[in-house]
Design a protein around this ligand. Sequence first.
Ligand SMILES: [Zn+2]
Length: 303
Amino acid sequence: MKTMDFKVWMKSIDRMSRSQRDKLREQLEGKVGADTVVTLIEQSLNGEPACPYCMSAKLYRWGKVCELQRYRCRQCNRTFNALTNTPLARLRHKDKWLNYEQTMIQGLSLRKSANSCGIAKNTSFKWRHRFLRMPEIQQSNQMSGIVEADETYFLESFKGQRHLPRPSRKRGGKAANCILHGTSAEQIGSVLTPLLNMDVILCTDGMPAYKQIAKHARIVHRPVNISAGQRVINNIYHIQNVNAYDSRLKQWIAKFHGVATRYLGSYLGWHRMIDRLGRNITPTFCSLSALGKTRQFQQLIAT
Ligand SMILES: [Zn+2]
């Protein structure tokens, strides 16, 4: 817009009614929100865009799509932008993403998130699961030193499914009857053992399955005899951190009044993300997490 035109336009603000100004403010805030998100997404490429199809870094700039820079690969000729092949590809209303992530930090329900951001409940549902796709799979892949392990149970839930595969449960069912992942040494071991370095010291509540796993993996095991009132072994080995984590998780998840078992993984990832960052968590971090780019983010804030 030319400077003169802009001045004329600015003067017209004086003649606007209050509701017109409110609309204008809303539009501008949305625009600023979208710009912030676009900058964030572009930065997530860390200045080194590469073709997501063939990994080539030889690219042409190829116009823009939804305000994002589009590239064309010189090697395979395909076009892409920073969101291509990420869980956030083709989601609309970028101006509302950071707001939405804020509601996720607050742990709001789908409906409350939708109301707070002015989006439909279906959109809220779709966004939640897209935003959580990466946090769901981001977890420790190698542990060393002292490792505390414990198991926790969630009632199996078919919330949201029309046809229940079993008769409905009366309120207050017992979790012990509805174990999700089981507690056999094979079941726990198949998840736990690949995460453990050979030098770990595994602290547990002494459940037989853990003894078997430790023996099989040839790692040091320190079972705490909780039922005999033991809390710590040699003032060092205990399972208090994992127990505290479990109680934070249970308290947080209780707000949702039951999570469908098929979405439990997403919710666990969501809680992991929030718990790990604590008070330092920001909507920006969550968005980068959704893009699977948190490593770049850490580099960004370190520079
Ligand atoms: Zn390519």
